[in-house]
Write a protein that binds this ligand. Structure first.
Ligand SMILES: N[C@H](CCC[C@H](N)C(=O)O)C(=O)O
Length: 294
């Protein structure tokens, strides 16, 4: 029988970004990509990201968190999912453990900290943005990643062009538009996600700077498609807007699912994200989920 069968999970969301939280601490278990895809495919556990909590493997951390997109691909960062993990580790009867003032989580994007910002809200320190072309990563050595040479559509009338590139531990391309809803992101998202300029693919955002302290954002996520919110994209868009002198270092990012407060802190170059979490239900992973996950 599959090691994950019958394990309890939480179905949560962060501004409508569909998250499943699985706690594998105290075990040597790990999720295989094909198993992540099987869980996502199940109607009841549809998710954009699966967040797996493992025992910490470095001193000073409360846990290590592995992140999978719906297509089974791994991601180093997931802002909305990290808030959901923080809630689970501090509020869920089975997952909560004693912790310090802030929760310390190790991810492939680095060490993050999370602190409660209300009963169903958390502030996550997402760490420093990566801005060099080879950190995004990009396939060509652009010296200025505030605007890179990429366009889609007819040469003389591109639909989108000149995006900013930022990594929050995961790759983001942000296109600046007047109306994010006027573009068929569902159609061009996959073309851009898989563009050869992005060797690790990319999350694709359409951003409109409505005011120096408000950015409207829609996101086609790498490995998940159109989502109602993307926390790391909100962080990346704020950083990119500040670099282009379009926004202040602290702004509200409005996504289809709602608002996130983002701050790119000058003192330590860290990006802070504050937003809500919602618990929808808990459940157990049915064994038949893994029957055909070959
Ligand atoms: N699809 C992203 C991971 C999840 C990001 C998003 N859900 C968030 O809240 O940051 C990637 O593959 O880089």
């Amino acid at each position: 029988m599959n090691s994950l069968a019958h394990r309890r999970y939480l179905k949560m969301n962060g501004l409508g970004n569909e998250i499943v939280v699985l706690d594998l601490r105290g075990t040597q278990l790990a999720v295989q990509p094909r198993e992540a895809r099987a869980i996502a495919a199940a109607a009841r556990s549809r998710f954009d990201q699966l967040m797996v909590i493992h025992d910490a493997d470095r001193p000073g951390a409360d846990a290590r968190v592995a992140i999978y997109n719906a297509d089974g691909s791994a991601s180093a960062a997931c802002g909305n999912g990290t808030r959901c993990v923080a809630w689970a580790m501090t509020h869920d009867p089975a997952m909560a453990r004693p912790h310090g003032e802030t929760l310390v989580l190790d991810t492939d994007a680095g060490r993050l900290t999370a602190a409660a910002a209300g009963e169903f809200a958390f502030t996550v320190d997402m760490g420093e943005p990566r801005l060099r072309w080879d950190e995004i990563p990009l396939a060509e050595p652009f010296q200025d990643t505030r605007r890179i040479e990429l366009q889609i559509g007819p040469i003389d009338a591109p639909i989108l062009h000149s995006p900013s590139a930022v990594s929050m531990g995961n790759p983001h391309a942000i296109f600046w538009v007047d109306d994010p809803d006027a573009i068929d992101l569902g159609r061009i998202g996959p073309l851009l996600e898989n563009h050869p300029l992005f060797p690790e693919r990319a999350n694709i955002s359409l951003a409109h700077v409505a005011a120096p302290d408000r950015i409207v954002l829609r996101v086609w996520e790498r490995g998940a498609g159109l989502t109602r919110a993307c926390g790391s994209a909100a962080c990346a868009a704020l950083v990119a807007a500040v670099r282009l002198r379009l926004a202040l270092r602290r702004a509200v990012v409005t996504l289809p699912g709602g608002d996130l407060e983002i701050e790119w802190r000058e003192s330590d170059n860290h990006v802070l994200m504050t937003g809500p979490v919602e618990l929808e239900h808990d459940g157990v992973l049915a064994p038949e989920l893994f029957a055909g996950a070959a």
